[in-house]
Design a protein around this ligand. Structure first.
Ligand code: SF4
Ligand code: SF4
Length: 65
């Protein structure tokens, strides 16, 4: 699961880089729509939002279960 943390500075770098348009501005910071995010499988080797974020505001969480 890929999430944006509160370190996000709303720079808008990640939004156009998401291949599935899963990223959009939320109430105060950018958010990832988990129904749309495919963790970049089939597009990139690394989650692209994680790769492009300049302030490490994207976290890769290991799914539990
Ligand atoms: S991991 Fe990929 S598909 Fe998911 S939000 Fe980030 S850029 Fe979009
Ligand atoms: S690239 Fe990082 S700081 Fe910029 S909007 Fe996306 S999550 Fe926020």
């Amino acid at each position: 699961m890929i999430v944006i943390n509160d370190g996000c500075i709303n720079c808008d770098v990640c939004e156009p880089e998401c291949p599935t348009e899963a990223i959009s501005m939320g109430d105060s910071i950018y958010e990832i729509n988990q129904d749309k995010c495919v963790e970049c499988e089939g597009y990139y080797d690394t989650p692209n939002c994680y790769a492009v974020c300049p302030v490490e505001a994207v976290d890769i969480l290991q799914d539990k279960g």
